[in-house]
Design a protein around this ligand. Structure first.
Ligand code: FE2
Length: 211
């Protein structure tokens, strides 16, 4: 008997993006559903190991392997939810308004929105399989950009994801060649839902941050 609560895959109202086809999105939603399924499978298996209140010596290798894999699947599920949520159904407007809270936060953390963007885009172009993420430090409101290898290496504990960009090849391979990741990143920027991004930002005095 299992007492774990399963995650249900979310439905995303997302189509008609600029430069990212509906075909890509449909395939991507299915991949996301796979992460939800595997998160539930692993959680259930791990729960079975501890039903008797401990992990026996002979159970330890399998238990350890399942637990290590959980970080990959769990982050795969959560990061895709952030990613789809920060894209705008029907396409976006490009860069945010100059008056946006995000622009102010980028200015106080990086000097200017343009420098923040150059850093974020640069991270997105890094070789390898992973994600570019703009995080906010909840302690001082400061923004910082990070590279995540796969789904789980490089996440910063306690920081809040504000903008999440998937740069795995599956995110654009139906629309662009593998070497054309910069074109996909350009398309991604043209589809950002800045209202959703603003909602993730916490009210912090970012102007005094960085001491
Ligand atoms: Fe993905």
């Amino acid at each position: 008997m299992s007492t774990t609560t399963s995650y249900k895959p979310r439905e995303f109202n997302l189509s008609g993006l600029n430069g990212i086809s509906d075909e890509t999105l449909e395939m991507h939603f299915k991949l996301y559903q796979g992460y939800v399924k595997e998160t539930n499978n692993l959680t259930e298996k791990i729960t079975k190991f501890i039903e008797d209140g401990n992990v026996d010596q002979e159970e330890m290798p399998a238990y350890s392997e399942l637990t290590r894999r959980l970080g990959f699947e769990y982050n795969g599920m959560v990061l895709h939810e952030y990613y789809f949520d920060n894209l705008k159904n029907g396409g976006g407007i490009g860069d945010p308004e100059r008056t946006a809270k995000f622009v102010k936060a980028a200015e106080s953390s990086f000097g200017s929105y343009e420098i923040w963007k150059a850093d974020f885009v640069g991270i997105g172009k890094m070789r390898g399989v992973g994600w570019a993420i703009c995080n906010q430090n909840p302690a001082n409101g400061r923004l910082s950009n990070h590279w995540i290898t796969l789904h789980e290496t490089g996440n910063i504990a306690g920081f809040d994801p504000i903008l999440v960009m998937d740069v795995w090849e599956h995110a654009y391979l139906l629309d662009y060649k593998p070497a054309e990741r910069p074109k996909y990143i350009e398309a991604f920027f043209s589809n950002i839902d800045w209202v959703a991004v603003e909602k993730r930002l916490q009210q912090k005095n970012t102007r005094s941050a960085g001491a």
